[in-house]
Design a protein around this ligand. Structure first.
Ligand code: GUN
Ligand code: ZN
Length: 432
């Protein structure tokens, strides 16, 4: 039977709850029913209202567990899986000491690339992440390995091979024409295969010449259905370096802007140190920001100003940024986002945190028509969360007076251990 009726506590967002967590954006059913047919959502309501016929539907009881839309990670590096939690450096030193060496290994050893990609995709799913925007390495085979692994799981995943032609070890640099040839071949082979999508991925301004960045801009214009994914204004020394390398540009964003990379399909990771002008230009372009709190704290990069970005109407999603990020869990990432907010004088409302991790992230990646909540017709990507996954959680969540408090406690205390099941397009892909 290709029709399943999931019974449990269900919560999802129908729109943006804003910074005050407007509850009209929330659909919450204490005893809810999620109907899935052929991998798509066909209904979501109170159990009593939908009352599925057990002859027609396979009933799956989730008891007191909470069903949420699958998480959307808007910025992560699969090749850096094995260097997560590496000690003691800030961005530029960390790149040289940890990130580049592991990316070189991906280049040298195809079997390692394949193994890492498979582990990575499994780890996303174990953490309840059902969609992600992913950096590969400069090597074409890194993205073949990633997409092969995601295709097997039927995951909605977007990725791209990195473009770099300077500022890194020789075996991580390519010629502009090699970068173009490989990028075009990957788009040709993978864009819209299964649920996969491509993102043109210049690493960041310091590792591309002006000519490579403008070439990336041309490829972006030639392919109106792909994304653009890069880093922006993460670290102060990085910003200084960009100023030295591109003296003709007014600011860091100006480099991408002049190269034709600023548009509504652009996703900029970090954006910790934006000027007001950069922020307004990102907003005007309809581009998105991936807020990566665990990474920004781990590398000591700074405190992202979520309030300012959201007030400027910029699409913001949450990113783990593994391996500079210290967790694959979007729940742990929400917890760090909350703490960054506290230090900036704004407590992140639990509904806003849920938005950033689901529908808001989907919007940033232009996949909100397909995933992000339980609207009819969307793909059935969801997580089943056990609020009693540890003795402490069981005590704490037993006291929860309402769904807001439950979501908040799960974010603060949860992490990977609360993920009981992950479903991709109506198929159970992970059970704890
Ligand atoms: N900036 C350029 N490359 C990277 C990377 O791999 N990780 C992070 N966090 N920032 C970057
Ligand atoms: Zn990154």
């Amino acid at each position: 039977m290709n029709r399943t009726a999931h019974r449990g506590r269900i919560a999802h967002l129908l729109g943006d709850p804003g910074s005050t967590g407007q509850s009209k954006a929330l659909a919450h059913f204490e005893d809810g029913c999620l109907l899935v047919e052929a991998g798509k959502i066909v209904g979501c309501d109170h159990w009593d209202k939908l009352s599925p016929d057990s002859g027609q539907w396979q009933l799956i009881e989730h008891g007191s567990s909470l069903i949420l839309p699958g998480f959307v990670d808007t910025h992560i590096h699969f090749a850096q899986t094995d260097i997560i939690a590496s000690f003691g450096q800030h961005l530029l030193e960390w790149l040289n000491d940890y990130a580049f060496p592991v990316e070189q290994r991906i280049g040298r050893d195809r079997q390692y690339a394949t193994d890492t990609a498979q582990f990575f995709v499994d780890e996303l799913i174990r953490n309840g992440t059902t969609s992600a925007l992913v950096f590969g390495t400069v090597h074409k085979h890194s993205i073949d390995a990633l997409f092969d692994a995601a295709l097997v799981k039927n995951m909605r995943l977007i990725g791209g091979k990195v473009l770099m032609d300077r500022g890194a070890p020789d075996d991580l640099c390519e010629t502009i024409s090699q970068g173009r040839t490989d990028t075009l071949a990957l788009i040709d082979e993978w864009q819209n295969k299964g649920r996969l999508g491509y993102a043109i991925t210049p690493r960041f301004a310091p590792t591309s010449t002006w000519d490579q960045l403008t070439d990336a801009g041309h490829m972006l214009r030639e392919h109106p259905d792909v994304l653009m994914h890069t880093h922006l204004s993460e670290n102060k020394k990085e910003i200084e370096l960009v100023g030295e390398l591109f003296p003709d540009c007014d600011d860091y964003l100006g480099v991408y802007e002049k190269a034709g990379l600023l548009c509504d399909r652009a996703v900029f990771a970090h954006c910790v140190h934006l000027s007001d002008s950069e922020q307004s230009r990102i907003a005007a372009a309809g581009a998105s920001i991936a807020f990566c709190p665990t990474s920004n704290l781990f590398l000591g990069s700074g405190l992202f100003n979520l309030r300012a970005a959201r007030a400027a109407n910029i699409n913001v999603g949450l990113g783990t940024d593994v391996g500079a990020g210290s967790s694959f869990s979007m729940l742990s990432t929400q917890a760090e986002a909350y703490k960054v907010g506290q230090l900036r004088g704004h407590a992140l409302h639990p509904l806003e945190a849920l938005y950033l991790a689901t529908l808001g992230g989907a919007k940033a990646l232009h996949i909100e028509a397909k995933v992000g909540n339980f609207e009819t017709g969307k793909e059935a990507d969801f997580v089943v969360i056990n609020p009693m996954a540890s003795p402490l959680l069981a005590r704490r969540t037993a006291q929860s007076p309402d769904i807001m408090d439950l979501l908040f406690a799960l974010g603060m205390l949860g992490g990977q251990m609360v993920i009981q099941e992950t479903w991709l397009a109506g198929h159970r892909s992970y059970v704890a």
